[in-house]
Design a protein around this ligand. Structure first.
Ligand code: DGL
Length: 270
């Protein structure tokens, strides 16, 4: 048993989608969330920059004495997971890509055509393709699509017709040309527009990285006997810029009024 907090982080608000699932699945766990809203998006930045920012967040989480770090960001998982594990060897660190790849490997059949939507950095890293092939070599119809511009629109809370246009721009040819039957939401910002994708492309099955990580966290805590006996305090949500859009989105994603949430400003860029 371990009543210390779980540290969850993302480049921005996307990680809140995973956090919502984790809170639902593990209500006794205290969460310390950090979203780097001042420096988002990460997916369009160089690996060096993403690593530098990720190390700062890792240090902040270690300073908060978290018992586990959860990288609720595909881009950081693809770019800086190994560096974080090397720098903080005493803290278990779970990335979002392996659990999602495991679900794809288990649920998909060899004849399925699987498209991975992700940020530019995640696509460039090729980590999704590598992990899926490792776990199930019979899945050979794998395709990737960089969908970077969805991230700033989500951060802005734009999910209406402008988002639909953008989804058509990214997905029409991608789905048709590759005869896709499955789309992987390989960025934790994308579940926020899952309903749009489902409405525009109803025949395509969606697999969400945000949901899969919650199950992985639960399994890992049990395996290590690190589950909390009781909640040790209220959840805290740190952001490097507490903007209006952050406030709107946190309420929307967590389904709580902002007055009930402990939201704090934290600048890591010192
Ligand atoms: N939410 C993130 C992910 O899962 C990153 C988005 C970004 O900062 O570009 O990849």
């Amino acid at each position: 048993m371990d009543n210390r907090s779980i540290g969850i982080f993302d480049s921005g608000i996307g990680g809140l989608t995973s956090t919502a699932y984790i809170i639902e699945e593990l209500p006794k766990e205290r969460i310390v969330f950090f979203g780097d809203t001042a420096r988002t998006p990460y997916g369009s930045k160089s690996p060096e920059k993403i690593r530098q920012f990720s190390m700062q967040i890792g240090q902040f989480m270690a300073d908060n004495d978290v018992k586990m770090m959860v990288i609720a960001c595909n881009t950081i998982s693809a770019t800086a997971l190994e560096d974080l594990r090397e720098k903080f060897p005493e803290i278990p660190i779970i990335g979002v890509i392996s659990p999602t790849a495991r679900v794809i490997a288990n649920q998909c059949r060899p004849e399925d055509h699987i498209g991975i939507m992700a940020t530019r950095a995640t696509v460039k890293s090729g980590v999704y393709l590598q992990k899926i092939r490792e776990k199930n070599p019979s899945l050979t119809h794998l395709y990737q699509k960089e969908c970077q511009a969805i991230v700033p629109l989500v951060e802005e809370g734009i999910t209406g017709s402008v988002m639909d246009e953008l989804l058509h721009y990214y997905l029409d040819d991608f789905i048709a040309e590759n005869e896709l039957d499955t789309l992987v939401l390989g960025c934790t910002h994308f579940p926020i527009v899952a309903a749009n994708i489902h409405r525009l492309f109803p025949d395509v099955r969606l697999i969400s990285s945000s949901r899969e990580i919650a199950t992985a966290v639960s399994i890992e805590l049990k395996k290590r006997n690190m589950e909390a006996e009781k909640k040790s305090g209220e959840n805290v949500f740190y952001a490097s810029d507490i903007s209006d859009s952050f406030m709107n989105m946190i309420q929307l994603i967590l389904g709580e009024s902002k007055d009930k949430l402990n939201i704090q400003f934290k600048n890591l860029d010192l």
